[in-house]
Design a protein around this ligand. Structure first.
Ligand SMILES: [Zn+2]
Length: 120
């Protein structure tokens, strides 16, 4: 049996790697192992076009898709975003933690109280 990167001891996931819940760092590593060579060859611009296509598919799924289709499109958008982070050399877990780990980047609170006229 393979050890999972998370060191999970959850009984129901132990024998099925497909059911192991992955965190952001593990997911980025997974995507890197699966696609990095192709992603690097395609480059940031080409990869960004694929992300935009997936965002369009998410839009369609949100408008008229089933919940299962929406779920799949969210996963695709996140995967393509992660792929671009790999090509651009960005550690997503670190980026998210730095920007949002201490609360809202605008007001600094964990329950945002930025004015409605501001972006967050
Ligand atoms: Zn805020």
């Amino acid at each position: 049996m393979n050890e999972t990167p998370t060191g999970s001891t959850d009984n129901k996931t132990d024998n099925n790697p497909a059911e192991v819940e992955v965190g952001i760092r593990q997911f980025q590593q997974l995507i890197k192992e699966m696609y990095y060579e192709k992603d690097e060859a395609r480059g940031i611009e080409g990869t960004f076009m694929w992300l935009m296509e997936e965002v369009g598919e998410l839009s369609s799924a949100l408008r008229s898709g089933t919940q299962e289709e929406r779920s799949g499109e969210f996963a695709d958008v996140f995967a393509w975003l992660t792929t671009i982070a790999n090509v651009a050399g960005i550690d997503l877990a670190e980026a998210v933690n730095q920007k949002y780990g201490s609360g809202c980047p605008g007001c600094g609170n964990f329950l945002c109280n930025c004015s409605d006229s501001e972006k967050p």
